[in-house]
Ligand binder design. Structure first.
Ligand code: ATP
Ligand code: MG
Ligand code: MG
Ligand code: MG
Length: 569
């Protein structure tokens, strides 16, 4: 690519509305531009990086036996009614009608559609297992899109789904995908950890997330100092033994219900390190839900946002949603303040955890079931230090070593779904005995666009991005110096450009005219993060040399022109 014909789109100033470094650099290096809240245009440099990531994902998934498909982004709402998920995804889902007033949604995920394919195409156990994936745009109406493409509303996801006749086969494919994910994230050059995870709105049993380690991450990972145990804190088993819990602070209010016990009981049953930070706890039985308790988790310091309740799978009673008004009535006007207590919604106010699922599934107090709240993270995170104080140095749940805590960016998530969708959508095959059976399913996601931001969070310096070679928009940059005065410089630069491309490299030749100073050209190469830079100058050529600098290195080297190709390899 010639810089004179390319939309480099670099900018010097740090954009005002960008908070984290990857967002700043993606704007400054000309990868993306914001179209509207949570919607981004991918400019040529950004698109190049995405292509590289997608290629690695495709290669590894194809190698693992998965088959690529493409489903529409727009899905009929009926499918979501059939699966029973239309309410669960309320809020996150963009709904629309066509000219005939038929209801559609823009897919936030594709379990329903792939299960529809499976029920139409698969009839016998002999066809199984099958694993399908696609790389495609999703839309989730995130409550507060932020950090650029890290949490956008439209984003590119690789989503994959596997189908099996039994659990054993699903286990095997889950392991196969786990290994494929490790190969993908290794090749992407990311420092990541697979961690045990919560299954959230997807339902199902086993689940792992792939977390890129970074302080700007929105997830907390606890891991053992001595074993391979690692978990998202949403899923971590009681990180602190009940006996060693700190006494509740004076800020706590007693429980306001005839059924529940004391706050210590609640905290210890939920097994979470929240005792130091719980501000207020109040529980009140809800009439409408047959005295089941609805628990709402709301962080104290922050403004109140949409909170939805979802019933735990083992509770038979119908799903009940707490309305915004109910929540607001309990919470009062101000962030974290307590309003009138006459609402039917009980509530737990806490500063550290961001999801009701942090309380763990199956909470049952005095025979009363708790709801699992699907909390959309939309507020500032607690300081990692706050959590460190309560979590670190507790024994690891597997009994080996002690726990430590880190922040991570969720770039991948694999789940064993079981028969959740195949049952509701009746995706059945005939088994070995000729009996009709709902298929077992796995599902496997990767945040393709989020990976770009995550990679930058881990690879940058004060001058810009430092791409891992595998996903760099260009491998090599060539800067001819004072080419307008020296035909030989341009000639050599052009030859290098052709030779490097013939050798399979993506090359950016900075052929911009003298209006662009060498200083600006060097700064752009650094900002865009091109891993290898070659400077061709009269002075160097006089000795048969060019200047080489690796983006990660601080020093330049003089290399013989004849050796430069070999030097880059
Ligand atoms: P998060 O916890 O960050 O909201 P999620 O658990 O809701 O993510 P999944 O349903 O597991 O997301 O989707 C698979 C992958 O899609 C995630 O691991 C993540 O990398 C990516 N992803 C999810 N939401 C977004 C978003 N709003 N913007 C960019 N990528 C996203
Ligand atoms: Mg989410
Ligand atoms: Mg998540
Ligand atoms: Mg997830």
């Amino acid at each position: 690519m010639r810089a004179s014909r390319y939309l480099l789109a670099t900018v010097k100033e740090t954009p005002a509305d960008a908070v984290i470094v990857s967002h700043k650099l993606m704007l400054r290096a000309g990868l993306v531009r914001k179209l509207a809240s949570g919607l981004y245009n991918w400019l040529p440099t950004g698109r190049r990086v995405l292509n590289k990531i997608e290629t690695i994902i495709r290669e590894e998934l194809d190698r693992s036996g998965a088959q690529e498909v493409l489903m529409p982004t727009i899905q009929p709402a009926e499918l979501w009614e059939e699966s029973g998920r239309i309410d669960k995804m309320e809020g996150q889902m963009l709904k629309m009608q066509d000219r005939h007033q038929r209801d559609f949604v823009y897919g936030p995920t594709h379990e329903e559609v792939i299960t529809d394919i499976a029920r139409n195409e698969l009839t016998s156990y002999k066809q199984l297992p099958m694993n399908f994936y696609q790389i495609q745009n999703k839309f989730r109406d995130e409550f507060r899109p932020r950090f650029g493409v890290m949490r956008s509303r439209e984003f590119v996801m690789k989503d994959g789904y596997s189908f099996h006749v039994d659990q054993e086969c699903l286990n095997k494919e889950y392991d196969n995908m786990y290994q494929a994910y490790c190969r993908i994230f290794d090749r992407l050059g990311l420092d990541y950890r697979p961690v045990l995870a919560d299954t959230g709105a997807m339902g199902g049993s086993a689940s792992h997330e792939f977390q890129v380690l970074a302080d700007s991450g929105e997830d907390y990972i606890v891991y053992s100092t001595d074993s391979s145990y690692a978990a998202n804190i949403e899923q971590a088993e009681a990180p602190m033994p009940a006996g060693e819990r700190a006494a509740p602070t004076a800020e706590m209010t007693e429980v306001d219900t005839p059924n529940a016990k004391t706050i210590e009981d609640l905290v210890s049953q939920f097994g979470l390190p929240i005792e130091k930070t719980v501000k207020t706890l109040m529980v009140k039985a809800s009439d409408e839900v047959d005295s089941d308790l609805v628990a709402l988790l709301i962080r104290g310091d922050h403004e109140l946002n949409e909170v939805k309740a979802e019933k735990l799978p083992q509770v038979a009673a119908p799903l009940t949603m707490a309305t915004d008004e109910e929540i607001r009535a309990v919470m009062g006007a101000g962030p974290g303040s307590l309003g009138p207590v006459n609402a039917s919604v009980p509530c737990i106010i806490d500063r550290t955890v961001s999801k009701m699922s942090d309380f763990g599934a199956g909470a049952n107090i005095d025979g009363k079931h708790y709801f699992n709240i699907n909390w959309e993270r939309d507020v500032a995170l607690p300081a990692v230090e706050d959590l460190r104080n309560v979590v670190e140095g507790d024994p690891s749940p597997d009994g080996q070593g002690t726990l430590k805590i880190l922040k991570g960016i969720e770039v991948g998530h694999i789940f064993q779904l079981g028969d959740t969708y195949s049952k509701s959508l009746k995706a059945e095959v005939l088994d070995q005995n000729g009996k009709s059976q709902a298929m077992q399913m796995g599902c496997y996601g990767i945040g393709v666009t989020r990976i770009v931001a995550a990679a930058i969070e881990q690879n940058h310096d004060e001058n810009g991005i430092i791409w891992p070679d595998a996903i760099a928009p260009f491998h090599v940059g060539i800067v001819p110096l004072n080419a307008h005065k020296s035909p030989e410089v341009m000639e050599v630069a052009e030859k290098l450009y052709a030779d490097l491309q013939a050798a399979g490299y993506d090359v950016l030749l900075d052929d911009r005219d003298k209006k662009t100073s060498p200083g600006v050209k060097f700064a752009d190469m650094e900002l865009v993060g091109v891993p290898h830079r070659i400077v061709v100058s009269d002075r160097g050529l006089a000795d048969g040399k060019v200047e080489y600098k690796a983006r990660r290195a601080s020093d330049k080297e003089e290399i013989a022109l004849t050796d430069i190709l070999a030097h880059i390899q």
